[in-house]
Design a protein around this ligand. Structure first.
Ligand SMILES: Nc1ncnc2c1ncn2[C@@H]1O[C@H](COP(=O)(O)OP(=O)(O)O)[C@@H](O)[C@H]1O
Ligand SMILES: O=P(O)(O)O[C@H]1O[C@H](CO)[C@@H](O[C@H]2O[C@H](CO)[C@@H](O)[C@H](O)[C@H]2O)[C@H](O)[C@H]1O
Length: 471
């Protein structure tokens, strides 16, 4: 049972986390000093009674939009060997003495208890009251996952991640490896990654990792009007030995190896995933109101791209023309989709083929939009754009290699594969073009914010697309 001491801490937790958080990969305001308020917290018990485990929700008001972060910490009475990189800081606790505070995903005691929480084997405790269950923080095991893994070893995934993922190797006989994603920024409501992958896993789709379970969490609203409810942790099957399609395609493009068979296979996989999602989750017929709403949102995105990258304004009329054509086109029914599909979200798994991950939707879109139905052509456009990114990247890394023909063959094969299973996206030509353009405009904004060095790539695509559109 979690015993909470009435203690004085020096430095306190806000001071400690403020000094550390700005340097984390997942911190949205890179380069800024966070301005934090503690909103809420919950705890897990260490069965050995030695390590304090607390997950704190902090509000950061240092930027124009306030952001809520999830920060799981462990408190220890001695340093954790080998976890030096994960040390958040040290503090004096007026009752317990000197404490070493760690970024909890690196602490095996947190990982073991978190996985038990996901599987519904332990309860979460209130953050500020001793021996009291927090009724709003609940583990939700996925019904299709049979095992209760016991952690043998765990490690934190390193890389360009917006969340923190922990890879768990279970004790022999307790199931397959698992990857636990701890969401770093919290939003109230459903997380599309959990809903969509969970729905596909429930129908035993081989094209997504199986779901192990998730944690539903809660945190006080900044205005004090009660708690927001959301999903804070997602655990799924870890696919060992996987590489991603982006790396596969880059290598093949640079070496002039034909990617068409793999692109065709990806087209088939995407069409199957769309079919399964349409069966499992709601669909909406694309009537006039729905179409106007979607084209309206494309217009807003294009206005944003033009205001952020003024050089694009020269193409405003041509972009408008593409969107006008989309308004008059015949739209397929809307349904749940991946939402941010690119080759980096496609894993190449030994003996299994392509598997899609990260159904969270585009990070720049509000959660409500990402939880809504959309056109399956958005995912098709995502892959077409990603193949174009491969071509553009090879042009930079391998001067003299023209991967253009490689890219066009891969795009055609991908569409052919999709058409083998679903409706040929080319029968919705004007609409497909509008979605490809919409994606390229999104990329312009994304790159301007995150990777200015890549900006020329989607900008050139916007220019090429509007040039090709019939008047
Ligand atoms: N189920 C999985 N099996 C194997 N590797 C995975 C799995 N899920 C994610 N990964 C790896 O973790 C990386 C980040 O995952 P992702 O879901 O995109 O996280 P984020 O939302 O933080 O960007 C992926 O690019 C992939 O390399
Ligand atoms: O993977 P995320 O969900 O964080 O997606 C964001 O970042 C992607 C870059 O990592 C970005 O994708 C863009 O770059 C890719 C190459 O790195 C390329 O394959 C994609 O086609 C291109 O859109 C994605 O748009 C963004 O949401």
């Amino acid at each position: 049972m979690a015993t909470i001491h009435d203690a004085v801490l020096h430095p306190d937790k806000v001071e400690l986390v403020t000094a550390w958080m700005g340097g984390q990969r997942w911190y949205v305001g890179a380069g800024r000093r966070p301005r934090l308020t503690r909103l809420d917290s919950w705890r897990l018990d260490d069965p050995a009674g030695e390590v304090g485990i607390e997950t704190i929700a902090f509000l950061d008001e240092s930027g124009t939009t306030p952001v809520v972060y999830q920060v799981p910490l462990t408190y220890r009475g001695a340093p954790l060997e080998g976890a030096e990189v994960a040390l958040v800081g040290e503090m004096e606790h007026s009752v317990l003495g000197h404490r070493w505070v760690y970024d909890a995903p690196h602490d095996p005691v947190y990982v073991a208890q978190l996985l038990r929480l996901v599987r519904g084997q332990v309860a979460a405790q209130a953050g500020s009251v001793s021996d009291t269950v927090d009724p709003d923080v609940v583990g939700a095991p996925h019904p299709a996952w049979q095992d209760d893994p016991v952690v043998a070893t765990s490690r934190v995934l390193v890389g360009e991640q917006s969340n923190t993922s922990i890879i768990v190797t279970p004790e022999p006989g307790t199931g397959a490896p698992v990857i636990i994603k701890v969401f770093r920024t919290l939003s109230p409501g459903e997380n599309p990654d959990i809903t969509l992958q969970g729905a596909l896993a429930a129908s035993h789709s081989p094209f997504v990792p199986a779901s192990v379970g998730h944690v539903a969490g809660a945190w006080q609203r900044p205005d004090g009007s009660g708690r927001d409810l959301g999903q804070v942790v997602f655990a799924q099957e870890y696919l060992e030995g996987a590489t991603d399609a982006w790396r596969v395609a880059l290598r093949q493009a640079a070496e002039g190896e034909d990617f068409s068979p793999r692109a065709r296979e990806l087209g088939r996989v995407l069409a199957r995933v769309h079919e399964d999602l349409a069966r499992a989750l709601p669909c909406v017929p694309a009537d006039r109101d729905v179409v106007e709403q979607h084209v309206g949102s494309m217009r807003r995105r294009s206005a944003r791209a033009m205001s952020e990258v003024p050089a694009l304004a020269a193409h405003q009329a041509a972009v408008e023309h593409v969107l006008d054509r989309a308004l008059e086109a015949d739209w397929p029914a809307l349904q749940r989709i991946h939402g941010d599909l690119h080759l980096g979200q496609v894993l190449d798994v030994p003996d299994r083929g392509w598997v899609l991950i990260d159904f969270e939707g585009e990070p720049l879109r509000p959660l409500a939009e990402r939880n809504d139905v959309d056109s399956p052509l958005r995912d098709v456009a995502g892959v077409l754009r990603s193949i174009d990114y491969v071509v553009g990247t090879v042009a930079r890394t391998h001067p003299g290699v023209d991967a253009g023909p490689w890219g066009r063959a891969a795009q055609t094969a991908f569409l052919d594969g999709y058409a083998e299973v679903g409706t040929d996206p080319r029968t919705h030509g004007a609409l497909l073009t509008a979605h490809v353009l919409d994606k390229a405009l999104y990329e312009v904004v994304y790159e301007a914010h995150h990777r200015p060095g890549w900006l020329a790539l989607p900008t050139a695509a916007v220019e090429a697309l509007v040039r090709e559109v019939p008047s």
